[in-house]
Design a protein around this ligand. Structure first.
Ligand code: ATP
Ligand code: MG
Length: 416
């Protein structure tokens, strides 16, 4: 990616109305554009980060047996009437609209109902189960407040997986598998050390649901955290009894602000009963399917990463989600410099590295400031000075030290 071809620009200042540091840095770095409150455009750099997060989630969902589909965002109201969730009093974040003929439709805020209805077409026997289905899909939620940049928006992509099992035992096994998958995902995203399995309210079929909460002042939730045991209790279910049930001690718990980055939920037969999703078991008896849902917001995770990993100059992306592996800076327009930098760009790409190449005619100060704002893990600089040593200058984001690396090795070296 050549910066001369990217239409976006970085900004020295963040808009006054953005309070979250992640939103400020993402806006300044040219990752996102504010369309309106609660709705952000993913600009080219932001989309790269988001797509890397999505790719990691997809890998872990596939590894757990998930099969991807894409539901529609536009929803008929019938399945929601059947479950009793069409009413705005039951789901207060609904966006609803009408067809030309007056038929009411909804913009999906979640997908339990339509997917359960869909599965009736494909599930009738115990041989059709278990099934694990997921998507990355736009959700619309008319959130009351949208104040944390991309951490809480009114339109966002969610990864939602739904499990369809024959019985509770089969469900429980998969639920644990998903819990492990989420742990792996947050580790891979660089959030592992800050993210805690959190007991939250469970609904009618399980005592608890489980949230993955990342400790950050920008979070809107309050959790009670046992740092040694690495588990937490959401304020909403925090009682003496729950503390005791979980084998925790009140004195060991720290009250902290956190952001919910993921949520796994036992649904039991709530939706299969309501929407008549049944199967004939091996013994001939007809039973409702046992379900679970597993949500994760890639953009919220991206915002949380930016909240936790930055300095005054910009975001410091973990390598796994950085917009590129290497930020290549060319200083000066001299033929020799242009030739050497162009060659290094080509060599890096042939070596399989993703590169942001700053080939613009800008000052060193402006280019280095942009490299910091964009936040790739490695910066390589080619200038007349480094060429005298047949080298490029290597610097790691977040560290001050620089060193020279031979030009003919820079593309293939493990850059540490
Ligand atoms: P919250 O309590 O924060 O409103 P929720 O419990 O309603 O979230 P779920 O329905 O469990 O959210 O959604 C699954 C995941 O989707 C969340 O864990 C979060 O990562 C993400 N998410 C939910 N709401 C939003 C939003 N408004 N903007 C961005 N991501 C969101
Ligand atoms: Mg939730």
């Amino acid at each position: 990616m050549k910066l001369s071809q990217v239409f976006t620009k970085t900004h020295k200042e963040a808009p006054k109305d953005e309070t979250a540091i992640s939103a400020q840095l993402l806006l300044r770095g040219g990752f996102i554009y504010k369309q309106m409150a609660g709705a952000y455009v993913m600009l080219p750099l932001g989309l790269r980060v988001l797509n890397k997060i999505i790719a990691i989630i997809r890998e872990e969902m596939e590894a757990a047996g998930g099969v991807e589909l894409a539901m529609t965002a536009l929803q008929p109201k019938e399945p929601w009437l059947a479950s009793g969730r069409w009413d705005d009093k039951v789901i207060d974040v609904w966006f609803k609209t009408q067809l030309k003929n007056g038929t009411e439709v909804g913009l999906g805020n979640t997908h339990e109902e339509p997917l359960t209805a869909l599965m009736r077409e494909y599930v009738s026997s115990y041989r059709d189960l278990p099934r694990y289905t997921y998507q990355f899909q736009t959700k619309f939620r008319n959130e009351l407040r949208a104040k944390s940049g991309i951490m809480r928006t009114r339109e966002f992509i969610m990864k939602d997986l739904y499990s369809f099992s024959r019985n509770q035992g089969e469900h429980d096994k998969f639920y644990e598998r998903m819990q492990a998958a989420y742990t792996t995902i947050f580790q891979r995203l660089g959030l592992g050390d800050h993210t805690y399995l959190t007991f939250a309210s469970g609904g009618s079929f399980a005592k608890f649901s489980h949230e993955f909460q990342t400790v950050t002042a920008a979070g809107e939730d309050t959790i009670y955290l046992d740092k040694t045991k690495k588990i937490a209790i959401n304020e909403e279910v925090y009682t003496d009894e729950v503390v005791k049930d979980l084998g925790l001690k009140k004195d060991d718990l720290q009250k902290v602000a956190a952001a919910e980055v993921g949520n796994i939920f036992t649904l039991g037969t709530k939706y299969s009963d309501a929407l008549d999703l049944k199967f004939t078991d091996e013994d001939g008896s007809v039973k409702p399917v046992v379900m679970g849902s597993y949500g994760l917001g890639p953009a919220r995770a991206m915002g949380v990463i930016a909240e936790l990993m930055h300095d005054d100059n910009g975001i410091i992306w973990p390598a796994a989600v950085a917009p590129a592996d290497v930020h290549l800076v060319r200083l000066g327009e001299a033929d020799a410099v242009v030739k050497a930098a162009d060659k290094l760009y080509a060599d890096l790409e042939s070596a399989g590295k993703e590169v942001i190449y700053d080939d613009r005619d800008e000052s060193a100060g402006a280019k280095f400031a942009d490299a910091d704002l964009i936040g790739c893990p490695i910066r390589l600089t080619v200038s007349e000075r480094t060429l005298k040593e047949h080298s490029a200058e290597l610097k790691h984001r977040g560290k001050d030290a620089t060193k020279l690396i031979a030009l003919d090795k820079a593309a293939t070296a493990h850059l540490t």
